[in-house]
Structure formats: C-alpha cells, structure tokens
Write a protein that binds this ligand. Structure first.
Ligand code: SF4
Ligand code: SF4
Length: 383
C-alpha cells in the first residue's frame, strides 16, 4: 500500500496558535509536507461554515486552526482563499455574518482572503453515479488546488461528518436542500457525496478534532474535547480513521459504504499516530440519535437479508421532532426541501406525510429545538 493513503493523527491540546502550528506542521510532514505549494499558487481552503456559530460551539472549522494553515501556505508564497456555502442562501449578507460570528478575521490577519465571490457555474461530472451536471461555487474551481479542512461531528443522516461530507458545501446555498429532496435515500445521497469528492479531489484533507461535536450535531450538538489534528491525502482513509476515533462502524456511515462499493476505500492500515493512538479513541461518543443507517444494504447481502433490513429500517426510522425552545423563526420551514413544515402559533409543525427525513431542519434550527427522535424500537435497541 502506498503510504500516501495512510492518514496521520497528532495531539493538539488547544487552539493556541503555537500549538496549532506545531501540530499542523507535524501532521502535514507525516503525510508528505507542503513542498508542492509554489509561490503564486492560488489555494482554496474549504472550511466548514455550516451555520452562524461561535468557535467554541464546535460546529465550524476553528478559525485559529484555519488561520495557522493559512499562515503556513502564505509563507510559501501562496495566495489563500477560504470559503464555504452553508445551507442558507449563498449571499454576502449571510456569509459576512458567519465570518464575523465565527471569528474568521483571524484568517485575514494571517494573510488569507475570505471568499466574497458568490458566482456559481455548472460543471460536468461524466463519471458520476448521480448528477452528470451540477452547479458549484466559482471560488472553488478558480483555485489551483483545494485543501479540505473539516470539523469532526455527529450527523443526523450520516452518523458522522468529516472530510467527505464537507465537500457538499461546494454546491451553492439552498440548492443543497433541493438535492437532499432529490436524493432522499441515504445511499443515493451518499453516492452524490462520493461523486463530489471524485470530481474535486482535494489535495489534502485536514480534520479539526481538537474540540469535536457530539449529540445533536452537526450544528447544535455538544462540544467535546478530543485533542487531535488529522491529516491525509486520501479523504476516505481520513474518514475511516475518524470513525474509529468515535467508535462508529465504517459500515454505519452510508458514504463510506458508497465509497467501498465503488472500490475507493484504500486497504485498511494503521494510522500514522504521533502519540498513543488508543488515547484518542472515545468509548462513549454520543450520536445524533438517527438510526437511518443502521440497516444499510450492501452488495454482499442475500435477498432475505435485504428484505429483513428493509423491514427493520422502516421500523427503526428516526424522524425530526420539535422539543423545547422553538422561537417560530421559520428557518426550518424555509429550508425544508419537502415543504413539510409550517409555522403555526409561533411554533414549527411538521407534516409527517411530506417529510423525507433529510434532517435539514434539525441541522439548521438555530435554537436546537428541532432534533432527531429515534423510533421506540430504536430507543430500546440502543440502550
Ligand atoms: S424549529 Fe427551530 S428553525 Fe424551526 S421555527 Fe422553531 S426555532 Fe426556528
Ligand atoms: S421536515 Fe425536516 S427532515 Fe422532514 S423533509 Fe423537511 S427538513 Fe427534511
């Protein structure tokens, strides 16, 4: 196996700049370094800006980590642009608010540019299993190379989000909700994620796992300290390593199943760990609560196994549910691709018949009132 597909994990106890620089340098050196960066290159850093959140909420790539990576690249003469498109409209007003609240001024101080190009264009994906043509943000394709710098978090639909899912943000704004609706099955949605990764092929994937998110992720969960940075050249190997850290089975993450079915998962190998690997692994990671991927059907399954899994999946399906704290802001209703939510008496009301269980409402509820609820059987089985 080529060592280039083996990811590295290094300890990083805090977001203090000197520690970040040392950890990033060690992680990057372990997976081949930055000698490929040439003066004048335009390098895009695809950070995770899923929503307007403060750094300590652990929903977004930490600005201090993104700033240190920016500094390492600009010191080599690169021009650096950082960006993302959240699920909300891809507009200057939305992004400027997210940049300000998220503390990304640090990246500008490090010599980087926060993306303010809101143009999009269609691209062709001839090898794709899902869309053969899709609109993407210009800023990503205008770069000579892209580095994927994601956050490690729990996720309602996918169980976990790290490198692969982060690239969904190259699709502009609310078009993502439309794609959730179109590819409502987790397998089909996962194929779309893999198609995007195969199209963009970032030169590196980095994971901010200093503080991760568990529970009601990926935007309103609970921060948890893990104390690590991860780097790798193969995004699927990086995400497999992340799954091991969280104690989530690789087969429980639909997009890794999709990658494996296409022969894209590299052979399993021990990660290059600069530190005691087992000390990074969590034994009690809290998932988002969804069970949508518990019974994923694989190529190896026989017909009876497929039928059993379908029945079990139907019995165990999680759904969005309203808990305390709804302010009636209407964000969920605006983003729901199935138009299944209305606001009545200043509270969100879900039409179960229309809901396709994409969990966009849970992801973008600013108050955390919309959450994933397991079925009764799912709750019993997960005890
Ligand atoms: S559930 Fe959340 S997003 Fe929807 S109206 Fe209530 S507070 Fe707003
Ligand atoms: S109600 Fe929520 S989970 Fe259901 S389709 Fe709308 S956004 Fe998706």
């Amino acid at each position: 196996m080529s060592r280039s597909s083996v990811p590295a994990i290094v300890p990083c106890e805090s977001y203090e700049p000197r520690q970040l620089r040392e950890a990033l340098t060690a992680a990057l050196d372990t997976v081949g370094g930055l000698d490929w960066v040439k003066s004048g290159m335009r390098i895009g850093i695809k950070i995770n800006l899923c929503a307007a959140r403060r750094p300590e909420q652990a929903a977004t790539t930490h600005p201090a980590a993104a700033a240190e990576l920016t500094r390492l690249l600009t010191e080599r003469g690169a021009q650096v642009v950082l960006g993302d498109s959240p699920g909300e409209p891809f507009t200057p007003m939305v992004l400027n608010y997210i940049y300000a609240l998220g503390g990304y001024r640090l990246c500008e101080e490090a010599g980087g540019e926060l993306n303010r190009n809101f143009a999009t264009h269609p691209v062709t994906l001839p090898e794709a299993r899902t869309l053969k043509s899709v609109s993407v943000c210009d800023w990503v394709t205008d770069c000579d190379a892209v580095i994927n710098f994601c956050k490690l978090k729990s996720h309602g639909l996918m169980n976990m989000t790290a490198g692969v899912k982060n690239l969904f943000g190259i699709i502009p704004g609310t078009m993502k909700s439309e794609l959730h609706f179109r590819y409502r099955d987790p397998y089909a949605f996962s194929d779309l994620m893999v198609d995007l990764n195969e199209y963009l092929r970032p030169v590196l994937t980095l994971v901010d796992a200093v503080d991760i998110m568990e529970g009601n992720g990926p935007t309103k969960g609970t921060p948890r300290h893990l104390g690590a940075l991860i780097a790798g050249r193969d995004v699927y190997a990086v995400d497999r390593l992340c799954a091991r850290l969280l104690g989530v089975g690789e087969e429980e993450i639909p997009y890794l199943t999709a990658a494996r079915e296409r022969g894209l998962m590299p052979p399993e190998d021990a990660p290059l760990s600069l530190g005691e690997f087992e000390s990074f692994c969590l034994r009690d990671f809290q998932r988002s609560g969804a069970t949508s991927s518990w019974f994923l059907i694989t190529d190896e399954d026989s017909l009876p196994q497929r039928l059993t899994k379908k029945v079990m999946a139907a019995a165990l399906r999680s759904r969005p549910a309203l808990f305390e704290g709804c302010t009636g802001c209407g964000a969920c209703a605006r983003l729901c691709p199935a138009k299944a939510i209305t606001i009545k008496n200043k509270k969100a009301v879900i039409d179960r018949k229309k809901c396709v269980r994409c969990f966009c409402c849970q992801e973008f509820c600013p108050s955390g009132a919309m959450r994933v609820r397991r079925s009764v059987i799912g709750r019993i089985l997960s005890r």
